[in-house]
Design a protein around this ligand. Structure first.
Ligand SMILES: Nc1ncnc2c1ncn2[C@@H]1O[C@H](COP(=O)(O)OP(=O)(O)OP(=O)(O)O)[C@@H](O)[C@H]1O
Ligand SMILES: [Mg+2]
Length: 281
């Protein structure tokens, strides 16, 4: 059997469904944060986050280290819980989910490329990609083998299936980890710092890949980054986090023109960094 375990429409959660008499639900956000607060000890990491992410778009979350980007996105798979506020995905209120079983359906629909994106060293590249399928589906061995091949081909790594992760370059490892995130045909993909530690050319490959997945799979993506080059390539919209708040939300063009002091600082520092780094010229 090849039916996907995670079709939003089969669960009645499709954001594309139209309700009779009402506005098309496509206008409703797929992901929605309202008044989200989160503290650790006396450090207020998120202070009243309001954000909508629409089906099919790629939204980039920019911000300095420690600005709460990972805390914010990890709420979407239940790794962090808000102290206050609401987070909804396809209309489902995440703060009401308790057990792993409650979370299961949503986690299957969400591919999460973790910061650092470690592959399991003890498994081949192909086994890494197969792992979520073995864990979460009852697909036959043939079906899994077919899909592993398909996912690796989607990220341009068709030839690496039998290789060990250590035999791959940093950029290839990142792409293999992405293939693993794609294993269950997610409808939402979260990329946490997908280009960190990569040279600009390899980073550009990742950027093109993110775009291609958006176009071919029609996924909704959140990209956490502080890489402006990547942001310009992939962002339909972006937000800048600063001191627990979103100080900017808009397109890359609007970002460039914004007079907000933190936006200006961010752009200026990026420019200086590039001038001082011969690898980025
Ligand atoms: N489990 C935790 N316990 C305590 N503090 C935490 C925890 N998780 C995150 N924090 C704190 O919350 C703040 C935001 O962390 P977060 O990981 O979201 O930053 P980030 O924007 O992703 O940074 P980076 O770019 O370095 O990954 C940091 O000050 C961090 O120390
Ligand atoms: Mg982070």
């Amino acid at each position: 059997m090849s039916s996907s375990p995670n079709s939003l429409s089969s669960s009645g959660l499709s954001p594309r469904d139209e309700k009779p008499g009402g506005p098309p639900a496509a206008a409703a956000p797929l992901i929605s944060y309202r008044g989200v607060n989160k503290s650790f000890g006396d450090k207020e990491v998120l202070q009243g986050i309001d954000l909508d992410v629409y089906a099919g778009e790629t939204l980039v979350i920019l911000g300095r280290s420690g600005s709460g980007k990972t805390v914010m996105t990890s709420m979407l798979v239940g790794l962090t819980r808000p102290d206050r506020g609401s987070v909804k995905v396809a209309g489902k209120e995440l703060t009401e989910l308790e057990s792993d079983k409650d979370w299961q359906e949503l986690r299957l629909k969400t591919g999460y490329l973790f910061q650092g994106s470690a592959l399991y060293d003890s498994m081949s590249v192909g086994e890494n990609v197969a792992f979520p399928m073995v864990q979460h589906t009852r697909w036959s061995e043939e079906e899994i083998a077919r899909r592993v091949h398909e996912k690796l081909a989607q990220v341009g790594l068709a030839e690496t299936e039998g290789m060990e992760p250590a035999e791959l370059s940093g950029g290839m490892q990142r792409r293999a980890a992405l293939a693993r995130s794609l294993a269950l045909d997610p409808q939402i993909i979260i990329y946490d710092e997908p280009t960190a530690g990569l040279d600009p050319i390899t980073g550009d490959e990742i950027g093109r890949l993110i775009r291609r997945l958006q176009e071919t799979l029609k996924v909704t993506s959140i990209v956490v980054s502080h890489d402006l080059r990547l942001t310009e390539m992939v962002a339909d919209r972006l937000t800048l986090m600063y001191k627990g708040q979103m100080v900017f939300l808009g397109t890359f063009e609007e970002f460039r023109k914004s007079s907000h002091p933190e936006v200006r600082r961010f752009l200026h520092e990026d420019q200086e960094e590039n001038q001082n780094d011969p690898a980025k010229i």
